[in-house]
Write a protein that binds this ligand. Structure first.
Ligand code: HEC
Ligand code: HEC
Ligand code: HEC
Ligand code: HEC
Ligand code: HEC
Ligand code: HEC
Ligand code: HEC
Length: 415
């Protein structure tokens, strides 16, 4: 082998290395544009969804109707579901311990009475929950937030004891944690030091609801850029989950829909596009955590779905296969059934094996037989005068064959 040849080859090798290095930094740079800043974002990096309205009007208007947007709001009259009317506004612990929901001036209060004498008035400051199942309420004391003792339970249309609260006395000192906030608001700035409890939050630096920027990352940079460059047709400095991997997409939803996951870094550190396991120990997929008979803590949708054949035997299924995050699709069984039909059809020879002639309406409702509603283990409350808690029902995401559910339809169909 001649010297020249060897020299030439090393030039090629070095050239290749340099080129790879260059491409690599390009990838990393591109990625930097996609992935939002690491660590806990600052309040001023958020723009709030109202600022998206001018350019993404359709999505903005629809999003305001979703459970996500409504899952935390300031305690204004239009957001509180329960009644303040006399006769409908009390929860009695015992005949002498009573809590009344009262409107005073322009605010709303939970007022504790003992033998008719007022003991404590606690203001509704934040509403948690859209009210599909129920609403809990938070009150500020200084910079600390506490959960109010009475919750509104939608199934019964009544005020009820908050889940996990004692049933014989008014508990007023259950602090709201940053993890509770992380699942129900887009951003809350914690101002107390690590480890200090109860935690303290800034009263002003909160972005309510599971808002656009929870799924797309803080967007002040995007808004500023697009506003200054109205001719620019491409979106910059913003994350579109469509560009993420299957796992990244699942992780984004699992932050709040993954059952019992335990944080290893402070709340609000995780951002869309990152790997959830870097921030949480995740046992929501383990046998122990996923009892398919249970729909546990606020519904472990990821854990249950992960057990289903649909999920395991298809390569692409994510939550977005069936859900459009920008729309309120609640109760639209026909629409969800169309999603099933995207994979299951007679033509593909993997359609339902029941006798379709007996079930003429089946194409509009694959859901009740294969994803039945089950009682929640955690959204359960004590109603006045009852001994066992009443639970909200949640759709099981363990897509499977439930002969008992099918039986419920047989008499109906044979009529
Ligand atoms: C001044 C106009 C403007 C404002 C305000 C604005 N956007 Fe955009 N955005 C655009 C344009 C233009 C695009 C590119 C075209 C498109 O995808 O609609 C875009 C694209 C996007 C994309 C898709 C990016 C991609 O890579 O496909 C997302 C997500 C997005 N915007 C979210 C938001 C959010 C969230 C807000 C509010 C916090 C917001 N935008 C505010 C103009 C704007
Ligand atoms: C920051 C936490 C959080 C993230 C991230 C999140 N969700 Fe949710 N989601 C919630 C909460 C809280 C509710 C309950 C809303 C309410 O109060 O009704 C909810 C409700 C829902 C509902 C029920 C809506 C209805 O019909 O009432 C669906 C479906 C849903 N989420 C899907 C998703 C999907 C898909 C993703 C990922 C793209 C996702 N969520 C990401 C917190 C989150
Ligand atoms: C791990 C994330 C997570 C944590 C922590 C969490 N929630 Fe939730 N919460 C959810 C999700 C997700 C739903 C929607 C349940 C569903 O439909 O499966 C929900 C539902 C609710 C609802 C019923 C909303 C409705 O009408 O459907 C209330 C009320 C509520 N949560 C209050 C709280 C309060 C108060 C705390 C803290 C003390 C808390 N949650 C902690 C994720 C969480
Ligand atoms: C619960 C998570 C979630 C929330 C909240 C959310 N989005 Fe999205 N958004 C997504 C996902 C997931 C996609 C990608 C859908 C896909 O795979 O095509 C997306 C896509 C987009 C796109 C790209 C174009 C399109 O229509 O697919 C825009 C623009 C956008 N979102 C804007 C917004 C705005 C503005 C808001 C608030 C008003 C918002 N999003 C709230 C999850 C969310
Ligand atoms: C992304 C494609 C996809 C979607 C969407 C989908 N499935 Fe499946 N499903 C599969 C695959 C793959 C299997 C396993 C192989 C087979 O049976 O075809 C499966 C299996 C099943 C089974 C058999 C389960 C068992 O334990 O034997 C049922 C029942 C089922 N799906 C119902 C549904 C229903 C109902 C929906 C809508 C809510 C749905 N699927 C949506 C891909 C999908
Ligand atoms: C009335 C209840 C009911 C309805 C409605 C229903 N299914 Fe089924 N499905 C069943 C039962 C029961 C079985 C198991 C039948 C058997 O053992 O052969 C089954 C079986 C299946 C299977 C497994 C087939 C296999 O090869 O093992 C799939 C996939 C499926 N259904 C999908 C669907 C889809 C998609 C829809 C909506 C278009 C639907 N089902 C509507 C009750 C129902
Ligand atoms: C195969 C389709 C399918 C997939 C995939 C899917 N869902 Fe659902 N989901 C449904 C259906 C159907 C409902 C019931 C809708 C209704 O009745 O309003 C539902 C309801 C929900 C609800 C409301 C629960 C309740 O009963 O109030 C939440 C929250 C939810 N899904 C989250 C998720 C998350 C998170 C993922 C991904 C881990 C996911 N879903 C994946 C079909 C799906």
């Amino acid at each position: 082998m001649s010297f020249v040849n060897r020299y030439r080859r090393s030039i090629i090798v070095i050239g290749t290395i340099v080129l790879c290095g260059f491409l690599l930094t390009q990838c990393v740079n591109n990625e930097k544009e996609q992935v939002v800043q690491k660590g806990i974002a600052k309040f001023d990096q958020f723009a709030g969804s109202a600022s998206c309205a001018s350019c993404h009007k359709d999505i903005y208007e629809k999003h305001k109707q979703t459970g996500h947007y409504l899952t935390s709001r300031p305690a204004e009259e239009k957001y509180i579901k329960g009644s303040f009317e006399k006769g409908k506004n009390v929860y009695a612990y015992t005949p002498s311990i009573i809590l009344a929901m009262e409107k005073r001036d322009s605010h709303f209060y939970q007022v504790a009475y003992f033998k008719g004498e007022e003991k404590k008035a606690m203001r509704f400051d934040i509403v948690t929950g859209s009210g599909a199942k129920g609403q809990s309420f938070m009150t500020w004391r200084g910079n600390k937030l506490f959960q109010l003792p009475v919750t509104y339970f939608t199934n019964a249309g009544q005020w009820s004891n908050s889940p996990g609260f004692p049933s014989d006395r008014v508990m007023i000192d259950r602090p709201v944690t940053s993890r509770c906030m992380e699942c129900h608001v887009t951003f809350a700035e914690r101002i107390s030091e690590d480890g200090k409890e109860p935690e303290e939050f800034s009263k002003t630096n909160i972005i309510y609801g599971v808002d656009c920027e929870r799924c797309h990352g803080p967007a002040a940079g995007h808004v500023a850029f697009q506003t200054q460059n109205p001719q620019e047709k491409k979106g910059k400095y913003i994350l579109n989950p469509a560009s993420l991997s299957r796992q990244q997409n699942l992780d984004l939803c699992a932050l709040c829909h993954g059952g019992n996951i335990h944080k290893t870094r402070p709340s609000f550190s995780f951002s869309a596009g990152e790997i959830l396991a870097d921030y949480f120990t995740i046992d929501s997929l383990s046998e122990l955590a996923v009892n398919t008979g249970n729909v546990d803590v606020h519904g472990n949708q990821l854990g249950l779905l992960n057990k289903s054949k649909c999920f395991r035997m298809s390569e692409t299924m994510t939550c977005n296969t069936c859900h459009n995050s920008h729309e309120n699709q609640r109760g639209n069984k026909a629409l969800f059934s169309q999603k099933c039909a995207g994979c299951h059809s007679v033509a593909h020879n993997n359609f339902c094996t029941i006798d379709t002639a007996k079930f003429p309406g089946m194409h509009q409702n694959c859901i009740d037989c294969h994803m039945p509603a089950k009682l929640s283990m955690s959204i359960a409350v004590m109603l006045p005068g009852r001994e066992v808690p009443a639970a909200a029902s949640v759709r099981s995401h363990f897509i499977s064959i439930y002969p008992e559910e099918t039986k419920k339809f047989i008499p109906l169909q044979l009529k």
